[in-house]
Write a protein that binds this ligand. Structure first.
Ligand SMILES: [Zn+2]
Length: 276
């Protein structure tokens, strides 16, 4: 949390409100939050934001100055938020980056993260491309059916682990993996490589449907996710299994949702999602 839909909501608001703005100032509150490129921070002052993109669960700002583009990548981690703020708004504890802006619709963008999981990176183009190639697999919303099929068939491990492996498919975390698998009627521990083609097709369609629905609902506000303008997402109201152990299965099969404790908790219905 935040996962792909929440990052997409953030990106959409940034595009609407700060694309084209000039970075008047960049202030870093905690240097260790910047994992790469801290020494180049000064370069960004005076650059304008020319692109806003999502990569997996991360947000990438392209900043241009004198015909050169460099990038700021913000990982939202478990609890990271990018928030629009007025310059005179008091600084919340754990504000790690402040970008003061000129020419956009918002005077200030702040990166706030109470836990250390959030990270920032400053890259030139080559650095960004290398980082993305190493850490980010295909995007669930743009991966082709052929590519997805190959990915699933080539993987002997558990299906849920594959969906959450960012180097393979970037953007899905524990919440959406659980929701997708329940709706596709697949047990989280099914072996990926043993699924039939038609089953993989169902998973592919459901994956995209769930993520797009969640984006439309503004994401899920679990653990206090907020969009940059401070609005909460609504998709948590439509979660069917995530964090619902003990509740009756929404498909009314008569069973209750169970929880499997692994690296991350899995929530599933033992009847609707048979392990086989
Ligand atoms: Zn059920």
């Amino acid at each position: 949390m935040p996962e792909l839909p929440e990052a997409e909501v953030v990106v959409n608001q940034l595009r609407d409100r700060v694309l084209g703005a000039v970075l008047k100032g960049c202030w870093v509150g905690r240097p260790d939050i910047v994992r790469q490129g801290l020494a180049t921070l000064d370069w960004y002052r005076g650059a304008s934001i020319t692109t806003v993109q999502r990569r997996g669960k991360s947000v990438v700002l392209g900043c241009m100055r004198e015909h050169e583009t460099r990038y700021l990548l913000a990982e939202l981690g478990m609890t990271g938020l990018l928030l629009f703020r007025l310059p005179d708004a008091s600084y919340q504890k754990h504000t790690h980056l402040v970008l003061s802006l000129d020419g956009g619709l918002e005077p200030e963008l702040r990166y706030w993260n109470p836990r250390r999981f959030g990270r920032l990176y400053l890259f030139d183009r080559t650095g960004l491309e290398r980082f993305l190639a190493k850490r980010f697999g295909c995007d669930p919303l743009s991966v082709s059916w052929e590519q997805f099929q190959q990915l699933v068939k080539g993987r002997r491990g558990r299906l849920k682990a594959l969906l959450m492996q960012q180097q393979k498919i970037a953007g899905i975390g524990n919440i959406y993996a659980n929701e997708i698998l329940y709706r596709a009627r697949l047990h989280p521990y099914r072996t990926a490589s043993r699924l039939k083609t038609q089953t993989i097709r169902r998973l592919y369609d459901v994956m995209r449907e769930v993520l797009l629905d969640a984006i439309r609902d503004g994401g899920s506000s679990v653990r206090d996710f907020l969009a940059p303008d401070g609005t909460e997402g609504q998709y948590q109201e439509r979660h069917l299994v995530y964090d619902k152990a003990g509740d009756p299965c929404p498909a009314k099969c008569g069973k209750t949702i169970r929880r499997l404790v692994g690296e991350r908790s899995s929530f599933y219905c033992p009847t609707c999602q048979r392990r086989k």
